[in-house]
Design a binder for this molecule. Structure first.
Ligand SMILES: [Zn+2]
Length: 249
């Protein structure tokens, strides 16, 4: 029994990915080492950098010998990714972007236009961007993604604001999007509701809570017990939503 236990834990330890680095032609190259049940050493470079897959028992010195022998290939490919500027972690093709709690993937259409596609959509396999002739900078992608988010945020949030204003029986307030770092929403006494565009990434239940909360300030401009009564009337599960939002930070 004991032997079995130890062999299992050491095996699990071996299968864990390991962050390592090596000096190749005077440059420090970091890579992810993955041990697998395989016979050869496999190198892969993508926007996440260099990944090295090796047999379970491969020694570090043997792995480093392989890397040294492929130094030219490794450096060349890492630089190519950098030049294309698609290693930027967030603003790149094929990145995942969240809308109302669902993952979307940024892809190119056949006519090489940017498009957001639900990731649950199995209709078309993701195009291989390395074969695309379109060189998009992170700035261009950021612009596209942000325009998409703002459009989605205005569309969904104005619908939710109208819904909760109806429930509260208050006149429809003006909606503005904010990009504040520290708050999800605010409400002015002149009846303008500000909602953070980032909210649109979260599930609808949480968007609804922030909308219900801010609109309730049109009735009670404070956080008194009376205020929370108003919130509870239009959004009974508000405590759960508060906790979820706190976790997100
Ligand atoms: Zn408040």
């Amino acid at each position: 029994m004991e032997n079995l236990f130890w062999s299992r834990t050491s095996r699990l330890k071996m299968l864990k990915n390991e962050a390592r680095s090596i000096t190749l032609t005077n440059r420090i190259i970091s890579y992810t080492l993955i041990r697998r049940n395989r016979k050869t050493v496999g190198l892969r470079i993508n926007r996440d950098g260099l990944t090295v897959r090796v047999p379970l028992q491969a020694t570090i010195s043997s792995i480093e010998r392989v890397l040294q022998s492929k130094a030219g290939w490794v450096i060349g490919n890492l630089d190519a990714w950098k030049e294309k500027k698609i290693i930027q972690p967030e603003w790149c093709l094929h990145s995942t972007f969240w809308l109302l709690g669902d993952p979307y993937r940024l892809t190119l259409t056949e006519s090489e236009k940017l498009r957001m596609v639900p990731q649950t959509n199995k209709a078309g396999p993701a195009q291989d961007m390395s074969s695309s002739l379109v060189a998009l900078t992170p700035d261009q992608i950021e612009q596209f993604v942000m325009a998409w988010y703002r459009k989605q945020a205005m569309m969904h949030m104005s619908e939710r604001v109208a819904f909760y204003a109806g429930k509260l029986g208050v006149p429809l307030p003006k909606l503005r999007l904010s990009s504040a770092r520290t708050r999800w929403g605010s409400c002015s006494s002149h009846g303008t509701v500000c909602l953070n565009w980032r909210l649109i990434q979260l599930p609808l239940a949480l968007v609804d809570y922030v909308v219900a909360h801010e609109l309730s300030h049109l009735v009670e401009m404070n956080h008194s017990a009376a205020f929370w009564k108003v919130v509870e009337r239009i959004y009974p599960d508000y405590r759960q939503a508060q906790m979820a939002l706190r976790k997100i930070g």
